[in-house]
Design a binder for this molecule. Structure first.
Ligand SMILES: Cc1cc2nc3c(=O)[nH]c(=O)nc-3n(C[C@H](O)[C@H](O)[C@H](O)COP(=O)(O)OP(=O)(O)OC[C@H]3O[C@@H](n4cnc5c(N)ncnc54)[C@H](O)[C@@H]3O)c2cc1C
Length: 486
């Protein structure tokens, strides 16, 4: 089961390391042996390596669950189809098998299907208009440690705080062996593209198009709405769906990205980027009539074709308008096309960040549409949309420029200032520049989460330096309310 240790890199190539030990176990017993062997070391699991932060890093042992890719479906008396899925199963394989076994699908999907199910839920992976995938997990089997003996064992959580913690645990509750969830019958989504005058106009469509996502176009500062709703009136995909797929692939997945790559990597100047978005983009993005297609096709794109890096910040629905206006102003200052307004000055003064933005003004021209996706409140402790009832909006910033130092400057500024101003939460599977105190302030149940992790991982085997710092494990126990006595 042990193989020669490979160099491990992620999709974005921002993470690269060689662990001392690399394993691809084939059974739960093998996983337990590995955990016992490394009980005084560090163990991290890799899925499809599509996250953009050091969550997967370990200088000691790395486990790859590629052989844990089984998919079993069963139907309960009320007709619900349940799926039990190995943690290493890729979403694309899972979707194919759900369809062939029971003509069902996942309740929610993000933009791609390359991820493993365990990797996706470990970071709160989400789409638009639904909960994150984490929320839907009703049983999670995990290999971790016995609290007293410290021996490796398998836990199966079907409820209570452990399930809520394990639904999005960034690998800190142990090795996710399998998950169980309710499937939904395959469904059609009708989609169309519309230009909107402003954010209010985009939001006003939410009732009619609950699955919509919308984009703020940099430098044009206009809004485009990818309107989506479940199409209950049709039984098959539209006649035009294959043509629409071809349009997306040729123009948006490939053509648009080639233009962006050319502008930022070959020309490497800011003027043409601004000119493209102001003059050309509105001519190229067509208003499309509604086209219905199966959710597995309609919700995804080939976003993995070109290497990039992303940070995504989640704000609670009541903060959305203010946060969106803030983002636009900050991006204009970064691009050197706008000055710090009175409102922005007041906001930054309240968090002591005026001088920092002044120093960064003109340092980076953002060059990719900023996507806004609504995520319903998750019943989890730590996914970005975890909350009692309110929805969240994920605001995404993507870069195709390398080296990425200037983008990191902007991303760090946005993450830190928006955490302080709007309690914005960065996605756990994307670039994540916050540490301890800033994160503590964002997640009311973080101390309880840490206590649960310490229980099933008394030696801290599942935590690397990044997670120690990001989740506040490096602070003395008791520093956060709820740490003691759990
Ligand atoms: C092109 C692209 C598009 C994306 N689109 C979206 C999107 O639309 N929506 C969205 O929310 N996110 C999106 N993401 C982010 C992605 O969904 C997350 O980063 C996800 O965690 C990646 O899954 P993975 O299988 O590659 O996991 P990895 O990157 O390998 O691992 C992610 C984390 O999960 C842990 N982990 C993995 N497997 C296990 C396991 N079995 N047990 C315990 N811990 C485990 C790892 O240790 C690590 O901390 C996108 C990423 C890319 C590159």
């Amino acid at each position: 089961m042990k193989s020669r240790t490979p160099v491990i890199t992620n999709f974005g190539r921002d993470i690269r390391f060689r662990p001392r030990h690399w394993y691809a176990p084939r059974s739960e017993a093998e996983v337990l042996q590995i955990l016992d062997r490394h009980a005084s070391g560090t163990v991290r699991v890799v899925g499809a390596r599509h996250s953009w932060n050091p969550g997967i890093e370990s200088d000691d042992a790395v486990i790859d669950l590629r052989h844990f890719d089984s998919v079993e479906t069963s139907t309960s008396d009320d007709g619900t189809v349940w799926a039990t899925v190995g943690g290493g199963c890729r979403l694309k394989t899972l979707l194919r098998r759900l369809r062939s076994q029971a003509n069902v699908t996942l309740p929610s999907l993000g933009l791609i299907t390359e991820q493993t199910i365990a990797g996706a839920i470990a970071t709160g992976t989400h789409g638009s208009g639904k909960h994150s995938l984490s929320h839907y997990m009703e049983e999670i089997r995990v290999a971790a440690y016995h609290p007293e003996s410290g021996r490796a064992m398998v836990y199966s959580w079907t409820g209570g705080p452990e399930l809520r913690a394990a639904r999005c645990s960034i690998g800190c509750m142990g090795v996710i062996l399998s998950v169980r969830f309710r499937c939904v019958p395959r469904f059609l989504i009708a989609e169309s593209m519309e230009r909107r005058t402003d954010l209010e106009a985009a939001l006003s469509q939410e009732a009619a198009f609950p699955l919509q996502q919308f984009y703020l176009i940099p430098h044009l500062w206009g809004w485009y709405d990818q309107e989506r709703r479940v199409d209950t009136g049709s039984r098959r995909r539209s006649r035009w769906a294959p043509l629409y797929r071809l349009y997306w692939l040729a123009w948006l997945d490939v053509g648009f990205h080639l233009i962006i790559k050319f502008l930022v990597s070959v020309l490497g100047r800011d003027g043409p980027v601004r000119g493209f978005y102001r003059q050309v983009f509105p001519l190229l993005v067509a208003r499309t009539p509604p086209v219905s297609d199966w959710s597995e096709q309609q919700l995804i794109m080939e976003h993995e074709l070109f290497r990039h890096l992303e940070i995504e910040l989640f704000v609670a629905a009541p903060q959305l308008r203010e946060a969106a206006a803030y983002v636009r102003e900050v991006l204009e200052v970064f691009a050197g096309t706008g000055a710090i307004s009175g409102t922005l000055q007041t906001q930054l003064e309240s968090v002591g960040m005026v001088a920092r933005l002044e120093a960064l003004a003109g340092s980076f021209t953002h060059h990719y549409p900023i996507c806004f996706r609504r995520v319903l409140a998750d019943d989890t402790m730590l996914s970005m949309a975890s909350a009692a009832d309110e929805s969240w909006y994920a605001i995404s910033f993507i870069t195709y420029v390398e080296p990425r130092d200037k983008f990191y400057g902007m991303a760090d500024f946005l993450a830190q200032s928006m955490a302080a101003l709007f309690r914005a939460r960065p996605h756990w599977g994307k670039y994540f520049p916050l540490t301890g105190p800033a994160v503590e302030h964002l997640y009311p149940e973080l101390a309880t989460f840490r206590a649960l992790c310490r229980r099933v991982d008394p030696g801290g085997v599942f935590r690397n330096t990044f997670l120690e710092r990001a989740l506040g494990f490096d602070a003395p126990p008791g520093a956060g309310a709820g740490d003691a006595g759990q």
